[in-house]
Design a protein around this ligand. Structure first.
Ligand SMILES: [Zn+2]
Length: 233
């Protein structure tokens, strides 16, 4: 393998390592967080708190209505028992019963309102619980798939490391130093491929004589514009 071919092989491996590492970092970040589940859980907790409050309102209204009903029944018993004959007293009792009935009616309205509100809140709580279930199930699937991808990437990186070791054996130390320097300064690509008579990275035209050198010389030939090592492919 020529000097430039060895470097090109090394670059292919290094670019694969770069891609695998970048994806691995992404996968690990994704495994650490699920905003969807967090948001669904917050909505669910809020809906549950509203449900508890609505249930308490219904219980309060039921208790108030029951207490009032007992009072009213008591007053009605006194009125209709026949035990009271004094017209003034009877009138007073009748007025009590009327007033208790009016209050009873307003308490029943309150109870009805509380029950309607509870139904609405129950529906919302059910919906929030369903959304949370869905988000959690989706997260389980997603996490299993990401964990699988992570294992694959780790295995791939181990293979690439071995391949890199083997590729390094064919590269002279000074070529490796140049390669490393260019890779650092050129966004990870130290070599560019000749494409239709131009540098495949920066696009500058390469003369026929220079192309000949790239193809046949044992020396490394660098692009006159970007400085990358040219590879004939
Ligand atoms: Zn160039």
């Amino acid at each position: 393998m020529s000097r430039v071919s060895s470097l090109h092989r090394l670059q292919e491996i290094d670019l694969s390592i770069d891609r695998a590492r970048a994806r691995l970092a992404e996968v690990e970040k994704l495994l650490g967080a699920s905003d969807t589940v967090r948001a669904a859980r917050a909505s669910h907790d809020q809906a549950q708190a509203r449900l508890d409050a609505a249930e308490a309102s219904v219980r309060d209204a039921e208790l108030a209505a029951a207490t009032q009903r007992a009072k009213l029944e008591n007053a009605e018993r006194s009125l209709y028992s026949g035990g009271v004959h004094n017209p003034k007293e009877l009138q007073g009792l009748q007025a009590d019963v009327d007033s208790l009935r009016r209050h009873m009616s307003s308490l029943e309205d309150c109870l009805l309102e509380a029950m309607v509100a509870l139904e609405d809140v129950e529906a919302r709580a059910r919906q929030a619980a369903g959304q949370l279930d869905q988000a959690e199930a989706a997260q389980v699937t997603e996490e299993a798939s990401l964990a699988g991808e992570r294992s694959q990437l780790q295995a791939r990186l181990a293979t690439l490391d071995t391949e890199r070791e083997a590729a390094l054996a064919g590269v002279a130390e000074k070529d490796l130093a140049l390669y490393a320097r260019l890779r650092d300064s050129m966004g990870g690509r130290a070599l560019a491929t000749l494409q239709d008579g131009s540098c495949g990275a920066c696009g500058v035209g390469i003369s026929a004589g220079e192309r000949q050198t790239v193809r046949n010389s044992a020396e490394l030939f660098r692009c006159p514009q970007c400085g990358r090592i040219l590879y004939a492919g």
